[in-house]
Design a protein around this ligand. Structure first.
Ligand SMILES: [Fe+2]
Length: 255
């Protein structure tokens, strides 16, 4: 259920009430969660058009990330299984012709030849996930996944990812991911973003830094959930053991 108040968004979910203030700060059942903002200047190197820095303030908050956005009573359940539950709020602001987006990152290797996977669920708004895979320094695969409120998607091992807000409203996302690693941002920064830029009207523009590119592949794949990522994890933490050990079910990811 979604209730919109003046400059405030309330999401009534199975695991609690999420409130987003007009500053994109997040509360869970009335408790303000610590968050880290990403500012326009943090994304300076991944913009298609750096003139955006002069058009909107460099200190404009593009999105907020709340790590470990869980109830006190559930902290040990997540910690004991080395899994993190986060909430991210992405503003609908435009970056020139580009939609607002996250910086983009890869995950390190979790098992031989497989990096850590991740699960996302759209809690409110619209999302475009850009997934890309590189082998031997060459980009070999690029996927686009569009998702709406309620949809859950899997970022398979070995894919870097960027999330885009193509809508006119806030995009609110949750994610489940191993707590055992730090994301790797360097490649996105040095190559000035993902392999394709997504402009208004969902036009795709190749990023020349990557050279020869495969055409983008659309994927409508959804990860099956019962209630929501948080509630499903609390009901069955071992069902998410692949977040720390993707080798056990690697075949499932080779779609
Ligand atoms: Fe990630």
């Amino acid at each position: 259920m979604l209730k919109r108040c003046l400059k405030m968004l309330e999401l009534h979910l199975h695991f609690g009430k999420i409130t987003i203030g007009d500053d994109m700060e997040v509360s869970l059942d009335g408790r303000r969660l610590p968050s880290k903002p990403r500012l326009l200047k943090d994304l300076a190197n991944v913009l298609m058009d750096r003139q955006v820095l002069d058009m909107i303030g460099a200190s404009t908050v593009l999105y907020r990330m709340c790590r470990d956005a869980v109830h006190e009573k559930d902290v040990s359940a997540f910690r004991n299984h080395a899994v993190r539950f986060d909430i991210t709020v992405i503003s609908p602001i435009s970056l020139g012709d580009e939609y607002n987006k996250t910086l983009g990152h890869y995950h390190p290797e979790a098992a031989r030849g497989l990096t850590y996977p991740e699960l996302y669920q759209v809690l409110s708004g619209q999302a475009i996930f850009l997934l890309q895979r590189q082998e031997g320094g060459r980009l070999t695969e690029f996927r686009i996944m569009e998702a709406n409120a309620g949809d859950a998607v899997l970022i398979p091992p070995n894919f870097g990812h960027v999330t885009i807000n193509p809508g006119d409203d806030l995009l609110v996302l949750s994610n489940l991911v191993s707590s055992s690693f730090e994301s790797v941002y360097g490649d996105y920064i040095s190559k000035h973003g993902a392999a394709y830029y997504v402009l208004k009207g969902k036009r795709m523009i190749p990023n020349p830094e990557y050279g020869q590119l495969p055409p983008p592949k659309r994927s409508g794949a959804r990860y099956p959930i019962s209630k929501d990522l948080y509630s499903d994890f609390i009901s069955c933490p071992r069902c998410f053991s692949f977040l720390n050990d993707p080798s056990a079910i690697a075949d499932r990811f080779l779609i």
